[in-house]
Design a protein around this ligand. Structure first.
Ligand code: APR
Length: 320
């Protein structure tokens, strides 16, 4: 059977890391696409030359033409600009919306059957716009945010409890921004919910609140340290987890920015919710029940996402 074809749209920091991870995991043959000439070709060649030592079988090719992504099974989109210190993800909206238009048209023409994972920020609005511009089915276009935000939460919790990260599960829903909703009640260590661990004296409510806030600020913390760009290792790994779930029909339950129409009281919008990813793309939205506090936070986050979508429509009337 032929290897799957993975097209990476954007060959910057995240795109290069995606290519490296996909090659090492032998997820398929890889096309790195970028408007910058030489960058995707150089990264493809560099990673390919790590193959003999790493021992993977995958072909890597750089491209500046959308024709090269033809027939892709998975497309992961990082094209656009990242933020610099002092910027919020929302500050990227104007520039990255134009990029989504170009990418959406490229996908429509050359990879209409792909499972598309968008990473470009501000995520929830960009994945919505990318879907609109591409015209692909909603269940085949998804945004990567919840896996990353949850991984950040899990990492901080594992350090606090001094337990393996593997035993910490966590859920972060809502928009990928300051209003994201880490769901403490649905987050556990070895199945024990966080509120129970507070009651057991493993941590204090104050410390837990601090971890929740640090999770919300997780991206900004890294931007502040790097100064020249934003996080790329963990974002790339998170998208690879989603791509693998699709390619291997794993039926993973992962929080993603998916199109929700009916579940969680939402009507036709993209926002971070629990999903099942398998060979059918987004196969199900998990309609969890929230308590009053969680619902209030989630509604605030949904409102923030709707505000960004309205801003996109104001910039590009073809989206209205
Ligand atoms: N088509 C294709 N590639 C593009 C386009 C376009 N229209 N516009 C820009 N690019 C490319 C740039 O040439 C660059 O190589 O996108 C790449 C972006 O890479 P980086 O600047 O290194 O950014 P990165 O850290 O990878 O983040 C990309 O993901 O997490 C988000 O906020 C982040 O929006 C940003 C995106």
């Amino acid at each position: 059977m032929a290897r799957p074809k993975i097209a990476l749209i954007g060959a910057g920091q995240i795109g290069g890391t995606l290519a490296h991870l996909a090659a090492i995991k032998e997820l398929g043959d890889i096309i790195l696409f970028d408007i910058a000439e030489g960058t995707p070709q150089g990264k493809a060649l560099d990673i390919a030359q790590s193959g003999p030592s790493a021992g993977f079988d995958a072909s890597l090719k750089g491209a500046n033409s959308y024709a090269d992504i033809a027939g892709a099974d998975v497309c992961i989109v990082t094209a656009g600009v990242p933020r610099k210190p002092g910027m919020s993800r929302d500050d990227l909206l104007g520039i990255n919306l134009k990029v989504m238009k170009a990418v959406g048209e490229g996908l429509k023409a050359h990879a209409p059957n792909a499972f598309v994972i968008c990473i470009t920020n501000p995520l929830d609005a960009m994945v919505w716009a990318l879907r609109e511009f591409s015209g692909l089915p909603h269940h085949m276009v998804v945004g990567m945010a919840g896996v990353l935000d949850s991984a950040r939460f899990r990492h901080f919790l594992s350090v606090e409890f001094n337990v393996s990260m593997r035993d910490v599960t966590a859920f972060v829903l809502g928009g990928h921004g300051d209003t994201m909703v880490p769901l403490v009640r649905y987050s556990t260590v070895g199945g024990i919910p966080l509120p129970d661990l507070v009651a057991m004296g493993w941590t204090t409510q104050e410390k837990l609140d601090g971890i929740v806030q640090r999770t919300r600020d997780g991206g900004a913390e890294i931007v502040g340290l790097l100064k020249t760009g934003s996080a790329f290792y963990a974002p790339a790994q998170s998208a690879i987890e989603m791509a693998e779930a699709f390619l291997k029909d794993q039926k993973r339950l992962l929080p993603c920015a998916a199109y929700v129409d009916g579940a969680l009281g939402l009507k036709g919008m993209y926002v971070g919710v629990p999903t099942i990813i398998g060979a059918g793309g987004i196969e199900r939205i998990v309609d969890i029940k929230m308590n009053a506090d969680e619902q209030a936070m989630f509604t605030k986050s949904v409102d923030a996402v709707n505000g960004l979508v309205a801003a996109c429509k104001a910039i590009d009337p073809s989206l209205a």
